[in-house]
Ligand binder design. Structure first.
Ligand SMILES: C[S@@+](CC[C@H](N)C(=O)[O-])C[C@H]1O[C@@H](n2cnc3c(N)ncnc32)[C@H](O)[C@@H]1O
Length: 227
């Protein structure tokens, strides 16, 4: 979610999100935000236009063997992380619920090997079940409200193949109390623990403190245990 968007952009995001949430629609606002940006990436608060730095750092420290193995990018936004994972050799499928975001990815990366798709994490293709050796989720769980959190976590978990790796980048909170305001709504330890209940073993956890923003972020690497 936004690193430190200008107040007006933040206000717009909150107002779009609140309107959706008041209609019990937890994610309809994303496409409206992308669409109202009218091709101007500065109007997408989370857009970095480059690899997320914690993904880049992970790739440098622990270079994976892509070897054309299938990878899935959850809520891929404008596509930079998907492109990076394709460059390290994965056969990447990247999806987002926003048709505008997916059209934007295709426009930004016309010669990409990434398969960009419009899809809803809450209604995934049955054929994606346990189909991916590498699953990457960056800032989507935190962008969805707490009342759908266990559903999104279960959906993400379902896509990793036995023995596969799941890498999550997210804000984390140090209490189980509900966060006051969002989006984003930082994820709690108990919420993350659901991945273990779903058959994952945590293999690495790195915390990143940002005292300026009073935010802690986590990079969680997990391995799906064999059935
Ligand atoms: C905060 S943005 C992060 C985008 C990207 N992962 C990044 O880090 O730049 C969250 C993304 O999740 C997408 N999203 C939200 N709900 C979704 C859903 N149900 N299925 C698929 N994508 C979803 C949004 O459209 C948005 O692109």
């Amino acid at each position: 979610m936004p690193e430190r968007p200008p107040d007006t952009l933040r206000q717009k995001l909150v107002s779009l999100a609140n309107e959706s949430l008041s209609k019990s629609d937890p994610y309809g606002w994303f496409d409206r935000l992308y669409s109202q940006a009218e091709g101007d990436t500065s109007q997408v608060p989370w857009a970095k236009l480059t690899t997320h730095p914690y993904l880049q750092d992970w790739l440098e420290k622990f270079p994976p063997q892509g070897n054309n193995r299938p990878a899935l990018i959850i809520g891929c936004g404008l596509g930079d992380d998907a492109e990076t994972l394709a460059k390290v050799g994965y056969k990447v499928t990247a999806f987002d619920v926003s048709p505008t975001a997916i059209a934007w990815c295709k426009e930004r990366f016309p010669n990409s090997s990434v398969d960009y798709l419009v899809a809803d994490a809450f209604a995934l293709e049955p054929s994606w079940r346990e189909a991916f050796d590498f699953v990457f989720e960056c800032r989507t769980i935190q962008a969805l409200p707490l009342n759908v959190r266990s559903i999104i976590i279960e959906a993400i978990a379902s896509t990793a193949a036995p023995g596969g790796t799941l890498l999550v980048i997210s804000r984390i909170r140090d209490t189980e109390d509900e966060p006051d305001n969002g989006p984003p709504w930082a994820v709690s330890n108990q919420e993350f623990a659901q991945f273990q209940q779903l058959g994952f073993q945590e293999t690495r956890r790195d915390l990143f403190e940002d005292s300026d923003r009073a935010v802690t972020e986590v990079r969680l690497e997990m391995r799906k245990l064999n059935n």
